[in-house]
Design a protein around this ligand. Structure first.
Ligand code: FAD
Length: 414
């Protein structure tokens, strides 16, 4: 039987980062997953470590936009009608948290985390020997019409106020940065404070290897085996039981089942999204991720090819895949860049672990001593994993947190 101070459940970017930071704070840590590290949601994202992130992706507020989503006229979103009744309370809450004022308030709450996000990645990527997976070139959003660009005025004003760096470009300026782009857009915004990761799953695996090289233990096991013991927690692993004083739930979109079992209610759903890889043609290289705002999809250069990641699909987490957005995005992407064949038979389906106010939960589970939560990072989990690990480790070890953790408390949902 193994004994440790903390068992961390889930080895995605969040769990691995939490494990590394607890270890750096002097605790003995077992990291546990039923798969290898970095094979859940953290495997297939768009690879943007988005220090410049400001306004979360909100629920459409104006009737015209809402109607176009409802009528499935835009590939930015898709939904499963049959799942809407079960998701309706969450969607209503999400709608309420998507007013311009609410999104700006969320941006302010998240700023201390986001502004530190890249530095915290670098502090792990350097000793893990994988700085070469990161390219510090920012990312670029493309607007096909002046009207679409004009709609970013509030976000640019917020960026100016919060000192988040960006450049507004015309098509020629964007093409000077990305020479393979075809001029089928009017404007671009280059957000500077981002790293582009060419292998997000590989990055998580390298961080997990660093955790083990520093004396941490990674074990395979089912997190649902977690039980209270007299003094702490016990989880069953392939190597036998692990006893720990404290436990951290970092199971991404799969946190719900364990929390229900423990009597903790959090409004966590999966905002689904897909990826495929396309073969670059005519010597195509991409220096940074580009987003075609009209389709809500991103294109990123990865070790697997040019990764196209879609916008959001609202459906039950485990509902069958319906990659209609991929089918609609690919022709749009081919208008922008010389892209060849799709490399996989089936698109990858990912599940962004999403809370209705677009902020993660980082901190103690209400009413359950020795249980901590690091989940619900939504669209920004790759970005926020390491900084989440730092904040939670500071809280769990009684150190002064680098920022006020209150906006991320689970108590806001009680
Ligand atoms: C299409 C798409 C694009 C995205 N693009 C970006 C981006 O560019 N930038 C960004 O910052 N974020 C992005 N995200 C979001 C980001 O990928 C997620 O927020 C992040 O990966 C969540 O990490 P996690 O560690 O919480 O969850 P996960 O990575 O899902 O990790 C959870 C872990 O729990 C394990 N697990 C589950 N159940 C059990 C069990 N019963 N027992 C043991 N282990 C279990 C899983 O195996 C998994 O390893 C994107 C997401 C998607 C879907």
């Amino acid at each position: 039987m193994a004994r440790c101070d903390v068992v961390v459940l889930g080895a995605g970017i969040v769990g691995v980062s939490v494990a590394l930071h607890l270890q750096a704070h002097g605790l003995s840590v077992v990291l546990m997953d039923h798969a290898a590290p970095g094979e859940g949601t953290s495997f297939g994202n768009a690879g943007v470590i988005e220090g410049s992130a400001l306004l979360p992706v909100g629920f459409p507020q104006d009737p015209v936009t809402l109607l176009s989503h409802a009528m499935k006229q835009t590939s930015e979103s898709n939904y499963h009608l049959a799942d809407l009744p079960a998701l309706a309370p969450w969607l209503w809450d999400y709608f309420l948290h998507s007013s311009p004022q609410a999104l700006a308030a969320t941006a302010r709450d998240l700023r201390p985390l986001l502004s530190r996000a890249r530095a915290e990645h670098h502090a792990l990527a350097a000793p893990a020997g994988v700085m070469d997976l990161l390219t510090p070139s920012g990312w670029m959003k493309l607007y096909r019409t002046e009207t679409a660009f004009a709609a970013t005025a509030a976000e640019r004003a917020l960026a100016d106020e919060l000192k988040v760096a960006y450049s507004v470009l015309d098509a020629a300026g964007a093409i000077a940065l990305e020479p393979f782009l075809k001029p089928c857009f009017e404007r671009a915004i280059h957000w500077h404070d981002c790293d582009n990761c060419s292998d997000p799953g590989g990055l998580v695996k390298a961080y997990a290897a660093l955790f083990e090289a520093r004396g941490g233990v990674f074990l395979h096991g089912d997190a649902l085996s977690l039980r209270r013991t007299g003094t702490g927690w016990r989880a069953e692993t392939a190597e036998g039981p692990v006893d720990a004083e404290e436990a951290v739930v970092a199971l991404g979109p799969w946190s719900v089942e364990l929390l229900e079992q423990l009597g903790v209610k959090v409004p966590l759903v999966a905002k689904r999204g897909y990826h495929v890889h396309l073969a670059p043609e005519n010597g195509l290289t991409l220096g940074r991720a580009v987003v075609d705002v009209a389709g809500g999809y991103a294109l990123q250069s990865t070790r697997y090819g040019i990764r196209l990641t879609t916008g959001v699909e609202i459906a039950a987490r485990d509902a069958p895949a319906t990659p209609v957005q991929v089918e609609r995005d690919i022709p749009m992407a081919r208008e922008l860049l010389p892209l060849g064949a799709v490399r996989e038979a089936e698109p990858w389906l990912g599940r962004r672990p999403a809370l209705p106010d677009s902020k993660p939960i980082i901190g103690p589970a209400p009413g359950i001593g020795g249980l901590h939560l690091a989940l619900g990072h939504g669209h920004w989990g790759l970005t926020l994993g390491p900084v989440t690990g730092l904040l939670l480790a500071q809280m769990m070890t009684g150190n002064t947190p680098f920022t006020d953790p209150k906006p991320f408390s689970a108590r806001r949902f009680l």
